[in-house]
Structure formats: structure tokens, C-alpha cells
Design a protein around this ligand. Structure first.
Ligand code: NAP
Length: 260
């Protein structure tokens, strides 16, 4: 018996990385899993691994009508929707202020923040009627820390996503609905291929792996309905952000601030 037997979960960005690992992990716990992403192929591959309890709904989550249509099909088929993992996200290589294009800035906000509103707004009426539901949003430590590495548009969008999760809990807890925003540090997924400075394989091997975040999502959604975890950080122990502040001997790197 799985802890999610009888539950229906919708995972976005489920064709790769954290979303694929999460779909597998919720499926292994007994949930009926619906996988979304823009490309059908990778979704079908992951669904095949999970088995009969998985199905695919290719969808661009930046399109609110397409998102609503997916939720309508899920509820028409299953009669319920218990778990949303709004995990899809994007970044671009040319992300710094000198190279960021207005259309890319808009795509970062749409692809990391606005789409999560579309997904939440589509599932909330179903969850309110059930008086039960869990929403998990994959943000990033860039949702709390302002660093140049992630780029200003991604950073701003993920800050917005963290705020959105907290705001959701304020109003929807009375309806039995809880939201968790997860803030991962570096995870070895295809998203790293968009880094302006390539990330070597040996460094990816020391980071968080998609399964680490998927395990956390599974933990969150299996908690009793009375428990809400509004915000969780999960970071690699070998943390390149921290390493940047240390010298080779592990001591704080001497700073030479411009005011000295
Ligand atoms: N990897 C990291 O270091 C890291 C750290 C912190 C947070 N995150 C966050 O973790 C989440 C998952 O990313 P990942 O690292 O697992 O990278 P990933 O493998 O690139 O996964 C992102 C997924 O989102 C899907 N997607 C992107 N835009 C979409 C759209 N408009 N509609 C539907 N699906 C869309 C992509 O599939 P299609 O291209 O087929 O649509 C892809 O499967 C993202 O929100 C990311 O910001 C990642």
C-alpha cells in the first residue's frame, strides 16, 4: 500500500530533471500521476517507466486556457485533483544586465512566475470543493538570495513565487489547502546547460540530484492535512555559493570592498 493510493497528482515540467524524478516518486507511492511539459516525447518516456497509473498532458503552462483545459480533463477523468507540483521553470544563457533582452525578461517572468499562478488558479476551485489539496512550487534559493549567477529576471520571478506561496496559505488554509515552496540550491539537471559558464560533469556529480528534491516533495505531500510547510530550502553540502567565499584552505576569502 502506498501512502498516496487514491490520490491524483499533476506535475509540471515532468519530462526531465526534478519534475521527472518527482513524478516517479509520487507514482511509486501509489498516486495517479499526470505529467505535463511542452514536449510530448520525454513525458511519455517517464510515464512509461511509472506504468499504468501515469498519463501525459502536454501543455505550455504559460497559456492559461491550455492549463485550464488540462485540469478539466484530469477532473473529468479522475473526479479529483489532490496534488499540484508546479515545477516547470526556465532560464536563459544571456541573463546578465548587459545582455538580457526585454523578450527574455518577459519570458523569465512568464515561465517561472505567471505560469504558477495559472496552475494554482486552475486547481484551487477543485481543491476548495474537496476541502483538501497540496500545492508544491519549485522556486530556488534565487527566490531568497540575490546573486548575479541566476540572472536578475529569474531571481525576481523566483522571489515572486516564494511570496505567492505564502500568500496562498494565508487565504486557503481555511479551505483545507496548503502550499509549500521549495528552494533548491544547485541540482544536476538539464537546466544547468543554460549556465553562461559550463558546469563540468564532476561538479554536477557533487550537487543535489533530482531524486533528492523529489524525496522532499514526496515527504511534503504525504504529511497529514493538518501540517503545512510553507517554505523549505534544500542545498548541496558541497555548496559552490559558499565555496566562492572561501580560500583553498577553507578560510574566509579576504574581501577588498571598494570603500577601503
Ligand atoms: N537545476 C537547478 O540547479 C535548480 C535550482 C533551483 C531551482 N530549480 C528549479 O527547478 C525546476 C525544475 O527544473 P530542473 O532543474 O529540473 O530543469 P529542467 O530539467 O530543465 O526542467 C524544467 C522542465 O520544465 C518544463 N517547462 C519549461 N517551460 C515550460 C512551459 N512553459 N510549459 C510546460 N513545461 C515547461 C521543461 O520541459 P519542456 O521544455 O518540454 O516544456 C522541463 O521539463 C525549475 O522551476 C527550476 O527553476 C532548478
Amino acid at each position: 500500500m502506498g501512502r498516496l493510493d487514491g490520490k491524483v497528482a499533476w506535475v509540471t515540467g515532468a519530462g526531465s530533471g526534478i519534475g521527472a524524478a518527482t513524478a516517479r516518486s509520487l507514482g511509486a507511492e501509489g498516486a495517479t500521476v499526470v505529467l505535463s511539459g511542452r514536449r510530448r516525447e520525454p513525458l511519455e518516456e517517464v510515464a512509461r517507466e511509472i506504468g499504468a497509473a501515469a498519463s501525459v498532458e502536454p501543455c505550455d503552462v504559460t497559456d492559461p486556457a491550455a492549463v485550464r483545459a488540462v485540469v478539466e480533463r484530469i477532473t473529468a477523468r479522475s473526479g479529483r485533483l489532490d496534488i499540484l507540483v508546479a515545477n516547470a521553470g526556465v532560464n536563459v544563457v544571456e541573463r546578465d544586465w548587459a545582455r538580457l533582452r526585454p523578450e527574455d525578461a518577459a519570458a523569465m517572468i512568464a515561465g517561472n512566475l505567471t505560469q504558477a499562478f495559472h496552475c494554482a488558479l486552475a486547481v484551487l476551485p477543485v481543491m476548495r470543493a474537496q476541502r483538501d489539496g497540496v500545492l508544491v512550487f519549485t522556486a530556488s534559493i534565487a527566490g531568497r538570495l540575490v546573486k548575479l549567477l541566476s540572472g536578475p529576471a529569474y531571481t525576481a520571478a523566483k522571489h515572486g513565487l516564494v511570496a505567492m506561496g505564502h500568500a496562498l496559505n494565508i487565504q486557503e488554509g481555511v479551505n483545507g489547502i496548503r502550499a509549500t515552496v521549495i528552494l533548491p540550491g544547485e541540482v544536476a539537471t538539464p537546466l544547468l546547460d543554460k549556465r553562461p559558464v559550463p558546469v563540468p560533469a564532476e561538479e554536477r556529480a557533487r550537487m543535489l540530484q533530482p531524486e533528492d528534491v523529489a524525496d522532499l516533495v514526496r515527504y511534503v505531500v504525504c504529511l497529514p492535512p493538518r501540517v503545512t510547510l510553507p517554505e523549505i530550502w534544500i542545498t548541496p553540502t558541497w555548496n559552490r555559493l559558499h565555496l566562492a567565499e572561501l580560500d583553498p584552505a577553507g578560510m574566509p576569502r579576504p574581501a577588498t570592498p571598494p570603500w577601503e
